[in-house]
Design a protein around this ligand. Structure first.
Ligand SMILES: Nc1nc2c(ncn2[C@@H]2O[C@H](COP(=O)(O)OP(=O)(O)OP(=O)(O)O)[C@@H](O)[C@H]2O)c(=O)[nH]1
Ligand SMILES: [Mg+2]
Length: 318
């Protein structure tokens, strides 16, 4: 299966929800008030969020005078949604780390953040495998020292894809593990250091303190560290992720978003709101449990896969 088929397959649940509403809308002959209401409702039902949905609809209304056919309408919707996801449209040819930034010197230091269970550890390993397959040398730091099983789980998954892990004992200082990992990466010529962090400590404040400390300790090695702070969001939560997103964004800062579990989510529409809300680019999506199930986020592919109507449906509705 190619990337496009895999993506289309993964977004099936979300697509079913959104396309059902669109099918009725596309049959309309008149763009009257109820048409716009139904379009807005379809977007809201697909978890796009009320504010973003309203913005999309009001912008489309202004442009509609020029739309004559259903195909034109559909294309206008695609274009409208794309403007919301403007960032990282074209791969940068000279950046082997794309869609992450290219560091001025090796290694690229990446902190993986997010609340518990969103998929941070599996994403860390998937990311390492992704770059390893591209010929780069990744190393992972086991900075979730809080849970007993966390280190073992990371080590086991990493062994499966042949990536080295830097670890200490359970209860060790997470910032010290981060420091060790990046130091090892520097002295041994690794291209990318991925730091898997805890999603939960005794309290939320403690978690934020730990992550801030890690950030500070890394900056002592190099003020540019960490180059990326990727916030991992569970795609099955949909709009409910917004609150935690804001919290991490305000307290720690984020350079990019990762959305996981899109294969089991029916709420992929929330991706549009997240981008609209935070103005932070979505960099990767995860669409399955296998270690190869990640893709750099491609806005156009994503929108088209989300809205794709089957050939048969297109013919019968025409
Ligand atoms: N279907 C599916 N499952 C996923 C995906 N990403 C992660 N998972 C599963 O989600 C569960 C939690 O993943 P972890 O990587 O352990 O999440 P975490 O954020 O590290 O969790 P904590 O360390 O407890 O905070 C695991 O069973 C993963 O296999 C995905 O894209 N699709
Ligand atoms: Mg974990």
């Amino acid at each position: 299966m190619g990337l496009w088929e895999k993506l289309k397959d993964a977004l099936k649940k979300s697509r079913d929800k959104i396309v059902k509403g669109f099918k009725d809308i596309f049959k309309r002959r008149e763009y009257d008030e109820s048409f716009w209401e139904d379009l807005e409702e379809t977007l809201i039902l697909a978890d796009v969020g009320p504010e973003t949905s309203e913005r999309i609809v009001s912008s489309l209304r202004k442009k509609l005078k020029r739309i004559k056919t259903v195909d034109e309408l559909e294309e206008a919707i695609v274009q409208e949604l794309l403007t919301l996801l403007e960032e990282n449209k074209t791969p940068e040819e000279d950046n082997p780390f794309y869609p992450l930034v290219k560091p001025s010197s090796k290694p690229l230091v990446v902190m993986i953040l997010g609340v518990n269970g969103t998929g941070k550890t599996s994403f860390s390993v998937k990311l390492a495998k992704y770059y390893k397959d591209k010929g780069l040398k990744p190393i992972i730091g086991a900075c979730d020292t809080y849970r007993v099983a966390a280190i073992d789980q990371l080590v086991e998954w990493s062994q499966r894809v042949g990536v080295e892990v830097i670890k200490q004992f359970q209860g060790a200082d997470a910032a010290a593990v981060a420091y060790d990992t990046v130091n090892a990466a520097r002295s041994r010529g690794y291209d990318i250091a991925i730091l898997d962090t805890a999603g939960r400590l005794h309290t939320r404040d403690e978690l934020m303190r730990e992550l801030k400390k890690m950030d500070k300790v890394l900056k002592k090695l190099d003020p540019d560290y960490p180059h990326e702070k990727l916030l991992v969001l569970d795609g099955t939560f949909g709009l409910n992720s917004l609150k935690q997103t804001r919290m991490f964004h305000q307290e720690i800062g984020t350079t990019g978003i990762v959305i996981t579990k899109l294969d089991t989510s029916s709420k992929a529409g929330f991706v549009l709101s997240i981008r609209d809300e935070l103005k932070v680019p979505i960099k990767f999506i995860s669409i399955g449990e296998r270690m190869t199930d990640i893709q750099p986020f491609d806005p156009e592919g994503f929108i088209r896969a989300l809205l794709a109507r089957d050939e048969v449906e297109m013919r019968t509705s025409a």
